[in-house]
Design a protein around this ligand. Sequence first.
Ligand SMILES: *Cc1c(COP(=O)(O)O)cnc(C)c1O
Length: 439
Amino acid sequence: MSQPIQFPLPASELPTHWSNLLPDFPEPLPPPLHPGTGEPVTPDLMEALFPATLVAQEMCGDETVEIPQEVRDVYSLYRPTPLLRAVRLEKALNTPAHIYYKYEGVSPVGSHKPNTAIPQAYYNKIAGTKRLASETGAGQWGSSLAFACSLFGLECTIYMVKISFQQKPYRKLLMQTYGAEVHGSPSLRTEFGRKVLADHPDSHGSLGIAISEAIEDQATHPGTKYSLGSVLNHVCLHQTVIGQETIKQMEMAGEEPDIVIGCSGGGSNFAGIAFPFVRKKIREGRRYRIIAVEPASCPSLTQGELRYDFGDTAMTTPLMMMHTLGHDFMPPSIHAGGLRYHGMSPMVSHCLKLGLIEAAAVPQLKVFEAAVQFARSEGIVPAPESAHGIATVIDEAVRCREEGRKEVIVFNLSGNGLLDLAAYDSFLSGKMMDSGDDA
Ligand SMILES: *Cc1c(COP(=O)(O)O)cnc(C)c1O
């Protein structure tokens, strides 16, 4: 009999709570600091940007947080998501390793990001917010927030990194279809955008610049709040539905992972799959290897310093203790737009510092070789971001072959690449280079 390759969770197994890793840390997470005073930020400062519930979650000491029923109702449009065993990839690699993937690309926008966009829109709605302003790189976060805002009746304004705004018309159209207003960043709508354009009229933009524009938009418009799609503790919290479901599905498969892998830009999808396993590591002494994979050209975890830095280019956010390449770092224009961020989630950074996780960096061509091999064996065209994880999965599976070890690997396939086919065009036509620029 052929092996089962799908491990579907029934709707009744949709998680009822998010899993909060903050209280588990053997050493407390260093707090965010006020950029002016250098003192830990007080909730009122953050409540200018975010509704009080999200600020409370940012500093929450409870080990779990209940998921509101309204949020669970929207989650059930696409959750629980599938866990599959990649038997054809195992065969192609001729590896004794067992490879499983949690597939978050089944959400309406094709990635894990709605897992936090939905509760963020919900908590804003019940707090009386009328409009959300945010930024997006390649457009995955913008489309997730636009989708969530449309379901909860909020207006949505997105500052989209200009290079993607010009090169990725489909994500812009997706956001507009959900009713959002989209501006290429740097834009002329904010003082900071106008300043960047005055100095660099041809600026391609960056996530750091777009964040500064969205925060300025929030500060200058009553009824508007700001929303962030990664990095922050409450975002990591919301994403833990991924890992909780994965633990149950691995039990259905009758296997315990040796290795857990996720790609890491701001760290949220990685946190989503990893943190419930990190909790088992801390509490039950399990010995998983948990690996965050980033681009070699934007290597905050493997090359950045662990220190206090700003989350944006204009230095308006609180200072966060994180792995950073510097708030003025301009990442090269690699195709995995969602991984082009100078910093890293403080919680993920803290896990690395405490030795609870490992980090790896992969160059762009190797990422797309892995992406194409995955598509040709499993059928799903992975998002370029997710393919960073796949490259490391393949490295580990090859090591298992060479060492004759039957290890169990599970990774988060954070999204599909169906709106990223221009990146595949660059790879397939031989124009792609590791540096980020196309030949
Ligand atoms: C945005 C994005 C990422 C990177 O963001 P994280 O916060 O690090 O998860 C990864 N994969 C996909 C598909 C994305 O859209």
